[in-house]
Design a protein around this ligand. Structure first.
Ligand SMILES: [Zn+2]
Length: 319
């Protein structure tokens, strides 16, 4: 019993840093899964930021708790790296999700919170967060094992047309807009997690620069159930040229998860999905070298490591 309690304590109290701290340093990391927590008490609100790391390709969770429960959404304007942030009301606070682009060129990241509370002083607080360095792995290869039909230069007009249609359908799905559709943490997409390729790994074939890996690959036998990582609405569920049997789930506030190379799709566009619901099965359809699940995630049109969203603990509001 004692050891269980201690484990929980370490998990939730490590890295309680002031937002003034210039760098979230990875010291005293005794538990591998510990995230960074930045907490700041201000006159009108309390700020909480949580991230696995403040690095490229990471999701950041944001919570603003006003000192007065009467203060509403419009009492605050939040700007992350120059872009307005959509806030979602929970019982006593507002939450939001930001992304750090995997291609971000570097430098400090700014978060502005404008208070616009009537009869209370207006003002802006600016927080600066230093980027933690991230090195995405580069793998150099000299052979290519993908099916010949995906590497040939000469594709039939029908295939080219199909690729064009797939691209259009994908863009339309990712343009979906809805309100936040969940209020607790994410879960893993499979029961047994074994990662075979991490986010933004780049494979260079014959010294030609490859495209970075836009998601995470999980090992799985054909037919293994795939579960929705979060509540949401299906905005795409169809066969695609590269992605194979492909499903995109809209979780609201421009947060999406997507599932590639499925053997079977078990949902259809418009379906309301609950976290943990089976959405399909692992397969090797589309441009795939063997059975696996490719899971991707987007926040505000930016690809992030899906594992960085799944790692967030603080989405449920404390009672
Ligand atoms: Zn993949």
């Amino acid at each position: 019993m004692k050891s269980v309690l201690l484990g929980v304590l370490i998990l939730f109290t490590s890295h309680l840093l002031s937002a003034d701290a210039k760098k979230a340093k990875a010291k005293n990391v005794s538990v591998k899964v510990s995230n960074y927590y930045v907490k700041k008490e201000e006159k009108n609100f309390t700020l909480l930021l949580e991230a696995r790391r403040f690095g490229r390709g990471e999701a950041i969770f944001f919570r603003l708790t006003p000192k007065d429960r009467k203060w509403i959404n419009e009492s605050f304007k939040v700007v992350w790296m120059g872009k307005d942030v959509t806030l979602t009301k929970q019982a006593n606070s507002f939450i939001a999700f930001f992304a750090i682009s995997p291609d971000f060129s570097g430098g400090p990241m700014t978060l502005d919170i404008h208070s616009k509370i009537f009869f209370v002083k207006r003002g802006t607080k600016t927080y600066q967060i230093d980027l933690e360095p991230t090195k995405f792995q580069v793998i150099k290869k000299h052979t290519i094992t993908v099916d010949h039909k995906y590497v040939t230069e000469e594709l039939s007009p029908e295939t080219l047309e199909f690729i064009k249609e797939c691209k259009k359908a994908k863009e339309a799905a990712f343009a979906s807009e809805s309100k936040l559709q969940f209020n607790d943490r994410f879960r893993n997409p499979l029961d047994n997690i074994h990662i075979t390729s991490r986010f933004y790994v780049r494979r260079d074939y014959n010294n030609k620069k490859g495209r970075p890996h836009g998601g995470v690959d999980f090992r799985g036998k054909i037919g293994t159930p795939i579960y929705a990582v979060q509540d949401g609405t299906v905005v795409l569920a169809q066969k695609m040229y590269y992605e194979g049997n492909f499903t995109i789930i809209d979780h609201g506030n421009k947060i999406f998860s997507f599932y590639m190379h499925q053997d079977e799709i078990k949902v259809k566009v418009g379906d309301k999905i609950r976290k943990g619901q089976m959405v399909g099965t692992v397969g090797s359809t589309g441009m795939s070298t063997g059975p696996h699940l490719h899971l991707g995630a987007k926040i505000s049109d930016t690809l992030v490591d899906p594992l960085s969203i799944i790692a967030l603990h603080s989405i449920t509001e404390d009672k």
